[in-house]
Write a protein that binds this ligand. Structure first.
Ligand SMILES: [Zn+2]
Length: 307
């Protein structure tokens, strides 16, 4: 039983300005809490490699990847939208973030790790096939899921997204792909104002009103996600692990607490044990209250590592 922790220092060098909530301190808060909670010694740390172009192009258009590369500034910032900005190391960080999910997938499929968490940024789930938005450039979880399908030859993978925001980029990439089942919940109506109108058959989207608490979320996981996952029989689970649905996180208005993240993780572990030889690769998305983020990731990893 081994749980991997994948990260890279470049992921802390990408920053979008002092005012920006998607900031390097997020990763420091996670590291601090993993040490403080005594979890860190039980995790197998890996330095994330860069994702290759072949790996990126399984989820993104070539012209889009070329455009991103061409716009990297030599100094200062380049804004792709008002919230999504590149500095000189953003591209390296984005390649490491996607590369972390690819490498974690390799290790888990090889059986050297049971499961893994990628403590990376920039996040990915708003990055569409050919469009950066919402702090995201490359869709890390989509690159990893396609790597499992295309490179390793798996036939069915699940993507689970519990960020407070709808994973519109992941839906854009996987809608209609019968090898992928995506299960999510998200605050609605809320940024990015998607996910509710005629989703594809392989999308299980559960919109939630502002103020929704953990008891409702646990019920939807038990009554909607798990039966659909059991019917799909995924050979591997990928988690878009955003923690901005936490009660203390001002970015959204859902009211989850650490115990809810632990509960969701445990239910997904059961699904993975039943169908996927336990294989889970989880990757960081949102989560902007630094204390709540650190505590929630610790709760998630405590379950993943069976501590
Ligand atoms: Zn989010």
């Amino acid at each position: 039983m081994h749980t991997g922790l994948f990260t890279h220092r470049a992921c802390s060098a990408h920053e979008m300005g002092d005012w920006h909530p998607e900031c390097p301190a997020r990763l420091a808060a996670i590291q601090d809490q993993l040490i403080a909670s005594g979890i860190a010694p039980f995790l197998v740390e890996h330095e994330a490699p860069v994702a290759s172009e072949v790996e990126l192009l399984r989820a993104h258009d070539a012209a889009y990847v070329q455009e991103l590369q061409a716009r990297i500034p030599e100094r200062g910032y380049v804004a792709l939208d008002p919230d999504t900005t590149m500095n000189p190391v953003t591209w390296d960080a984005a390649l490491r973030a996607a590369g972390a999910v690819v490498a974690a997938t390799d290790e888990v499929i090889a059986g050297r790790l049971t499961n893994a968490f990628c403590a990376v940024r920039p996040p990915g789930h708003h990055a569409r096939r050919a469009h950066a938005m919402g702090f995201c450039f490359i869709n890390n979880v989509a690159v990893g899921a396609r790597h499992a399908l295309v490179h390793h030859g798996l036939e069915r993978v699940a993507v689970i997204d519990f960020d407070v925001h709808h994973g519109n980029g992941t839906e854009d990439i996987f809608a209609g792909d019968e090898q992928v089942l995506m299960c999510s919940f998200f605050q609605h109506p809320f940024y990015p104002y998607s996910g509710t109108e005629h989703p594809a058959q392989n999308m299980l989207n559960v919109p939630l009103a502002a103020g929704t608490r953990g008891d409702v979320v646990r019920k939807l996981v038990d009554e909607q996600w798990v039966p659909r996952l059991d019917a799909f029989r995924p050979q591997m689970l990928f988690i878009s692990a955003g923690f901005d649905a936490h009660r203390e996180d001002d970015m959204g208005q859902l009211a989850l607490v650490e115990a809810d993240y632990a509960y969701i993780t445990a239910r997904l572990m059961q699904v993975a044990a039943a169908h996927a030889n336990g294989r889970i690769v989880s990757t960081l998305e949102g989560g902007y209250n630094l204390s709540a983020l650190g505590r929630s990731v610790a709760a998630h990893l405590k379950v993943l590592a069976e501590l």
